[in-house]
Design a protein. Structure first.
Length: 358
């Protein structure tokens, strides 16, 4: 889900990123609380509003009503804006670009920086981020140097705050374009582009399909999850469901899905399966899985095969072993040394040949 600019700037302000003084404008608004000149911006999820006439400068107070009415009556990619954003005019000596997103090339989050922001952004210097190490001051300084941007404590604070926002809110994209850099050294976020993961914003968005089998499946990875179902059936297993929960979900989401999947009567086994994750916290995921197991009544005694790998996998497996020993869950743990196909064979063998203790 893409946030509107004013929603993104509300997040920016919450994380300490400076934003212009502004307020929302509706059809009934007679004038902003601050005087002209000011910017008036259509609040739509469309890209490139600026070159489509969605951002105008109101030079005089008497020009406001006409600009308001025109913007509210203009469609952008088929969408009429419901509100506008009036903002103070920012005078800047430079415009920069900064964002955090995920890269399919590096399979990690990346920091993108450019000394040329605004509508003229063509290329940015890309710095891959290690999710375990995070973003440090030293990394930001190096990235600024690679982008030919002189080091500035003010810029660094904004980049670090944007990373905190990106990581804590579990975003797909957090972008400031442009980041206005003023003569006095201060900076202001001129625009905000925020993309949220629908499956995190709304856990009900997680795809779930009930199937007629008896081996519960909790899979991570969209395409891989379907291939894993094929592997399970190839080895003679009968899946009881399809659900996919990748994207570094919080433990609460995993707990809810675990309870939902394992509440089905007649189960003979459970398979928690995923490949090698790059930015999924395996410990967080497995903590949610355990919380879901604890919600079940009666406690499941059938074999539970877990095959996971990624950040904090070793800590997660140590925790799972302790839980199995203390609470009596029939857990079988496999890391990257065991292929996903082999773990499918194992869960089928344990579930059917050894049978369930229920």
């Amino acid at each position: 889900m893409k946030l509107l600019e004013h929603e993104g700037k509300e997040l920016f302000a919450r994380y300490g990123i400076p934003v212009p003084r502004g307020e929302l404008v509706r059809a009934t608004t007679t004038k902003p609380s601050f005087g002209a000149p000011f910017m008036l911006k259509a609040q739509v999820p469309s890209s490139n509003r600026g070159i489509r006439g969605g951002v105008v400068k109101v030079e005089r107070a008497e020009d406001f009503s006409a600009a308001r009415d025109r913007l509210l009556a203009t469609e952008f990619d088929g969408i009429l804006p419901e509100v506008l954003l009036a903002e103070e005019v920012i005078t800047a000596s430079r415009e920069l670009y900064v964002s955090f997103s995920y890269s399919t090339n590096t399979r990690t989050p990346v920091l993108a920086l450019s000394k040329e922001g605004g509508t003229g952004v063509d290329e940015a210097e890309i710095t891959p981020i290690d999710m375990l190490a995070g973003v440090s001051q030293a990394l930001v300084n190096d990235a600024l140097g690679q982008a030919d941007i002189e080091r500035s404590d003010t810029i660094s604070r904004v980049v670090l705050a944007l990373w905190k926002l990106f990581a804590e809110e579990r975003l797909l994209l957090a972008e400031i374009n442009p980041l206005f850099w003023r003569e006095d050294g201060s900076v202001v976020a001129g625009d905000a582009k925020i993309l949220q993961d629908d499956s995190i914003v709304d856990p009900a968005y997680r795809p779930f399909l009930d199937l007629p089998g008896d081996i519960a499946v909790l899979a991570s990875g969209g395409g891989a999850s379907l291939l894993n179902l094929d592997a399970l059936m190839r080895h003679g297993g009968k899946p009881a469901n399809y659900v996919e929960y990748s994207g570094n979900p919080p433990k609460e989401v995993v707990a809810e899905l675990t309870q939902k999947v394992l509440s089905k009567p007649g189960l003979k086994g459970c398979w928690t399966i995923g490949g090698t994750a790059n930015f999924t916290d395996i410990y967080e995921t497995m903590t949610g899985f355990v919380e879901g197991l604890r919600m079940l009544t009666p406690k499941p005694t059938y074999p539970i095969v877990v095959r996971r790998d990624g950040p904090r996998q070793k800590e997660a497996f140590a925790m799972l072993k302790e839980v199995a020993e203390k609470e009596g869950f029939n857990l079988h743990l496999y890391g990257p040394e065991t292929s996903m196909d082999e773990s499918a064979r194992i869960v089928v063998e344990l579930s059917y040949q050894l049978g369930s203790k229920e």
